[in-house]
Design a protein around this ligand. Structure first.
Ligand code: ZN
Length: 99
């Protein structure tokens, strides 16, 4: 039996669709995954126990309010990652660097 958090593909898809409009200093895969992880941690997980199609998951788990909440959480996650990128592009620069 396959169990997965239905929010996972929904968040990933929403981020992917809006990625070009999102303003971040670094947009590498690591930063993108950090945004997805932080968003998922701040949202209530919706586990589904069968391999439903995305259409079913969207209809079932994606009402207007939930979509609005998800975009708020994505915005917060983007801000966190933008302020403090954890990827290798930024790893070597101390946060108090005068550069
Ligand atoms: Zn990055």
């Amino acid at each position: 039996m396959r169990v997965f958090n239905a929010m996972e593909p929904l968040v990933a898809e929403a981020l992917h669709e809006n990625w070009s409009d999102i303003n971040m200093p670094c947009k590498c895969d690591t930063c993108k995954n950090d945004v997805i992880a932080i968003t998922l941690n701040s949202l209530k997980p919706r586990y589904v126990s069968k391999d439903y199609g995305m259409a079913f998951v969207k209809a079932q788990y994606f009402d207007k309010q939930m979509k609005a909440d998800m975009y708020v959480k994505i915005g917060e996650a983007v801000r966190k990652v933008a302020e403090n990128p954890q990827c290798e592009n930024y790893n070597f620069i101390p946060s108090n660097s005068q550069l």
